[in-house]
Design a protein. Structure first.
Length: 243
């Protein structure tokens, strides 16, 4: 007689090993074995005769928030606008690129990845702070309300009159611009503070006054700064951090 197959997560609950929510997390973490072999694929099925074991877990799964928010230091050449072409930030969302400073104990589950959104994009040519979130309320405020701060390095000569012109634009590519402020930090560096990013706005703005962008980086969104987050790394937003 063929043994009936049941979902591994359901069998774990039946055996009293964990809750249903914890079962999926434990499977994705590779902390579940069936007959001595690790099973890390959600939806896997087992028989009631097979031996299911949960290995020791160092982190507390119950701490996991319902809607996660991540911070990433996006490298140059990674796309971070909806429908952008090329390699995207998703390829960096793995344990290898998790920043060593992350002590939240949260788990990045595979099922959460399709529901992470970028409320304020970042040009592929730019480096810096990227926010990935499942929180719809946070998405709205990040996209339109909170300050974004950039540092930009350029080549060429920038006069006081040209800097004034850069600060006077009210429209770009047919879109009305929210108020922004550009200040000179040094001969070849600018600081830009704006509230709504538009793709390729900063390079185009620089070109309009005869200077060329060498590099630019977003270092802050609201009250959250890039800090010591290493380029190409990501971490969870801590429970005590607020934008």
């Amino acid at each position: 007689m063929t043994q009936e197959l049941i979902r591994l997560s359901k069998r774990m609950v039946e055996l009293g090993l964990c809750s249903r929510r914890e079962a999926d997390e434990l499977i994705e973490l590779g902390r579940v074995t069936v007959d001595g072999l690790v099973v890390d694929q959600l939806g896997s099925r087992v028989t009631t005769e097979q031996k299911v074991v949960v290995l020791a877990v160092k982190m507390q799964l119950h701490k996991q928030p319902d809607r996660v928010t991540l911070l990433m230091n996006k490298p140059v050449a990674y796309a971070a606008w909806p429908e952008a072409e090329g390699e995207t930030w998703q390829t960096l969302l793995n344990t290898e690129h998790r920043d060593a400073s992350d002590r939240t104990g949260f788990v990045l589950l595979k099922k959460a990845l399709p529901h992470l959104h970028v409320p304020c994009g970042l040009d592929s040519a730019a480096q810096g702070l990227l926010v990935l979130t499942q929180d719809t309320r946070l998405m709205r405020s990040l996209a339109t309300e909170l300050e974004q701060e950039y540092l930009l390095w350029f080549d060429g000569e920038l006069s006081a009159e040209s800097l004034k012109l850069m600060n006077s634009r009210t429209k770009f590519d047919g879109a009305v611009l929210k108020p922004y402020k550009i200040t000179r930090q040094s001969d070849q560096q600018l600081r830009i503070v704006l509230r709504a990013a538009i793709p390729d706005f900063l390079p185009a703005l620089c070109e309009s006054v005869g200077i060329q962008v060498r590099s630019y980086k977003r270092i802050r969104i609201g009250r959250i700064g890039l800090g010591s987050l290493t380029e190409g790394q990501w971490r969870f937003l801590q429970s005590n951090e607020r934008f």
